[in-house]
Design a protein around this ligand. Structure first.
Ligand code: 5AD
Ligand code: SF4
Length: 445
């Protein structure tokens, strides 16, 4: 049986796509391996969001030359494949397949072609493609990533995603429910719904509020999450569904990008600083104990000191539990690259702002976390921690909690007392195990 190795870069959508690719190939008799050495097929499922994501892949392709079997098929898939297309074949003679996010159904055929010596690009968008009949080979035994929407109809001026993943389309609600039932039947109890702007989900008849209610009611499901939403798509019905459906976890990752209305306007985020605050306020009012995380870009063209200070003050005003912070990276073809060159923020200024933001975010998170020590919460054991005899768990509001234990406990739920924090992660002590099912209630111990 031929073997395949897939290495995944980028976001959860890409992880989910890798699971679909592996499922497609497993149906054709391929076995998955966990190292590129000796594999018959090696695929790098890539990201294009920032230049750095792409340079890592270029470096990896060079490195892989040393490990690959002589007749191995090497392919590049995902967003960088979509973005560069045939340019990837030209720049690396060892690569024989370049496949974009809508082309994975043809993988077995394309691999056959590559075995015969062909070199191919498959980067057509297919607005009907949801891989509905493909059985994903899931990597995680505790939680399932379930894509509900592909592509994006926003046009944030910094972002390459609309170019790499095409227009927005949603799966039918029944198909998402059926997939949720199937993963729950396999023993997974947490589902994460995925979409580029997941809360703009609409299948023609049902919106994201309907989806949360339908998926959230699947018997046996204990935790429902989603990522990433857009602030403008948090309608009152969506927030009401989050508040009312017991399985929906008390955490929202709500990309802010900037705290300056001027910068937000140039980013075409379609909300002001005040409207973002209003969204946070509505979410917090409806969902007590809500964990809130975000994405922030520093150094967007034209960002002044004053704009940056508005981002810092917004971070303080909201009080995020955590944030992913990025230095602006110009992506070829995006509208931001057409802004006048004199608007580019110099590298040393970007570096200084990034460090200041990092310290601010960490300081706020640390204060919030220290106040939580001594509290009790429910955690799900996700995996073994990297160090020590510890297990890595998640609370419903998305805190990482390390507890002593062994891997037989993975997938179990416990009530723990938070005994300490590094400022970002917690240590915890088990108070009691949570009954498997039916659920005793949704939130606290
Ligand atoms: N440069 C820097 N960061 C970016 N992001 C998206 N595009 C860019 C870019 N060109 C960030 C945004 C987004 C996250 C996934 O990546 O913050 O929310
Ligand atoms: Fe995911 Fe965007 Fe990266 Fe594509 S470019 S892998 S959608 S983060």
């Amino acid at each position: 049986m031929p073997s395949v190795f897939i290495e995944t870069y980028g976001c959860q959508m890409n992880v989910s796509d890798s699971e679909l690719m592996l499922g497609t190939l497993a149906a054709e008799g391929y076995t998955a391996t966990d190292a590129p050495e000796g594999a018959d097929v090696v695929l790098l499922n890539t990201c294009a969001i920032r230049e750095h994501a792409e340079t890592r892949v270029i470096g990896r392709l060079t490195e892989l030359r040393r490990f690959l079997k002589r007749d191995a098929v090497l392919g590049v898939t995902g967003c960088m494949a979509q973005r560069l297309g045939p340019r990837l074949l030209e720049s690396d003679s060892r690569v024989s397949l370049v496949i974009g996010p809508d082309g994975y159904r043809a993988l077995p055929t394309l691999i056959e072609g590559a075995r015969r010596g062909e070199r191919m690009t498959a980067t057509d968008f297919d607005l009907e493609e949801h891989y509905e009949d493909v059985q994903a080979s899931r990597f995680d035994g505790v939680k399932a990533w379930i894509p509900v929407q592909r592509g994006c109809d926003y046009r944030c001026t910094y972002c390459i995603v609309p170019f790499t993943r095409g227009s927005e389309r949603s799966r039918q609600l029944e198909d998402v429910v059926r997939e949720t039932e199937a993963v729950v039947a396999k023993g997974l109890t947490e589902v994460v719904l995925l979409g580029q702007t997941v809360n703009s989900y609409h299948d023609g008849a049902r919106d994201f509020a309907d989806l949360l209610r339908a998926v959230g009611a699947v018997p046996g499901l204990r935790r429902l999450r989603f990522t990433s939403p857009h602030p403008n798509d948090f309608s009152d019905p969506v927030i009401a569904a989050m508040a009312e459906v017991d399985t929906v976890c008390e955490h929202v990752h709500l990309p802010m990008q900037s705290g300056s209305s001027r910068t937000l306007k140039r980013m075409l985020r379609r909300y002001t600083r005040e409207q973002y605050f209003d969204c946070v306020h509505r979410l917090r009012a409806a969902i007590p104990g809500l964990g809130l995380t975000t994405d922030i870009i520093v150094g967007f063209p034209g960002e002044t000191d004053e704009d940056f200070h508005e981002t810092l003050s917004a971070v303080r005003e909201v009080g995020f539990d955590d944030a992913f912070m990025f230095k602006f990276s110009a992506r070829e073809g995006t509208p931001a690259t057409r802004l006048p060159a004199e608007m580019t923020v110099p590298d040393d200024v970007v570096d200084a702002r990034f460090n200041e933001l990092l310290q601010t975010v960490r300081g706020i998170a640390r204060d919030r976390n220290f106040r939580r020590v001594g509290e009790r919460c429910e955690v799900l054991v996700e995996k073994e921690a990297r160090k020590g005899e510890l297990l890595q768990c998640r609370s419903r509001d998305f805190k990482t909690v390390l507890i002593p234990g062994d891997k037989a406990q993975i997938g179990h739920y416990y009530v723990v007392e938070l005994t300490g924090t590094t400022g970002s992660t917690f240590t915890g002590q088990v108070v009691r195990e949570r009954a498997p099912l039916p659920m005793a209630g949704s939130t606290g111990p």
